[in-house]
Design a protein around this ligand. Structure first.
Ligand SMILES: [Zn+2]
Ligand SMILES: [Zn+2]
Length: 308
């Protein structure tokens, strides 16, 4: 039987993590898709709409929310009627690590119908590459197994009202129509994090995530169906089911860690309540995403996306 986690600490750490707060602001799939589009060079309303298949009203709301968050900047290109180009701000460009990791994950595990680039080329070294996470402190390439996590509730993050600019809920029907969409959303990522932190049973997940049982039941079943969780009978107690991560959900940690780190360092300016340490060098882990060919850090303007 897996060790029993400290459920109250895990619940408090998850709810005050920069992952959870950050996902409240921009974890819905449309917002993520709009950000991905911006990194692929989409600038205008109509282009986003046609590439994402996003309803006009939803797109208007998401662009406004991202502009209010300081991640996009609107520049008028026509006076009458007023029309705008949207550009990533300096703060928005800091999301690149997380976008690269998402891209890598979607290429490997996501839906094949996504309109994502087939190939990323690092202009600096001239080679096609796969983005890899490395440790900013020592430069070593790092996977989830090279990290340890300490839970320490950051009280400053309790004060962040979780409903502030809360992203609107996405209906399941909406999700299936997206051209540039992703199949991971806020709850998916939080459930995966809770399982990773040692919560393997339904009652544990319900306790630490505060999700009602019918919603959690539906969520877990959906994640099992899409290969993000394994559900097995518990050998010690056949009435209980045990949930485990799959290779696909393990692979999401690059994305989860890069996003948490961005939210912590570039948005909330507070350490997360879930703190990764690189086992190899003993330093707090700050991710850097590097080129698999030349090991250099990747900048958005040095990467060419082919076949998008
Ligand atoms: Zn290190
Ligand atoms: Zn390179």
């Amino acid at each position: 039987m897996p060790p029993i986690p400290d459920l109250d600490l895990t619940r408090d750490a998850l709810s005050t993590s920069t992952l959870s707060h950050g996902l409240h602001l921009m974890g819905d799939r449309w917002t993520v898709a709009v950000i991905l589009g911006a990194f692929l060079g989409v600038r205008r309303f109509d282009e986003w709409q046609s590439r994402l298949g996003i309803p006009r009203q939803t797109l208007t709301e998401r662009l406004k929310a991202l502009t209010d968050l300081g991640l996009l900047r609107a520049r008028p290109y026509q006076e009458r009627p007023p029309r705008y180009d949207y550009h990533l701000t300096r703060q928005g460009l800091q999301l690149y690590n997380h976008v690269l990791m998402m891209w890598a994950w979607e290429r490997r595990w996501g839906s094949r119908s996504l309109q994502l680039p087939q190939r990323l080329v690092h202009a600096t070294c001239g080679h096609a590459f796969v983005p890899r996470m490395s440790c900013s402190a020592c430069g070593e390439k790092v996977g989830i197994r090279d990290l340890t996590f300490t839970l320490k509730v950051n009280e400053a993050l309790r004060a962040v009202p979780s409903s502030r600019q809360r992203a609107a809920r996405l209906s399941p029907e909406e999700g299936t129509q997206m051209g540039l969409g992703l199949r991971v959303d806020r709850w998916t990522l939080l459930i995966i994090s809770a399982v990773f932190l040692g919560c393997h049973y339904f009652d544990q997940l319900s306790h630490v995530l505060g999700i009602g049982s019918s919603v959690l039941t539906r969520r877990l079943a959906g994640m099992v169906d899409s290969g993000l969780l394994l559900c097995q009978a518990d050998l010690n107690d056949a009435r209980r089911k045990i949930y485990r991560l799959t290779p696909a959900s393990h692979d999401l940690f690059g994305y989860i860690i890069c996003f948490s780190s961005w939210a912590s360092r570039h948005h909330f300016n507070e350490p997360s309540s879930i703190r990764p340490v690189h086992k190899g060098c003993g330093q707090p882990f700050v991710p850097q995403v590097i080129c698999s060919h030349c090991d250099e850090a990747l900048q958005p303007w040095e990467v060419v996306a082919e076949g998008a």
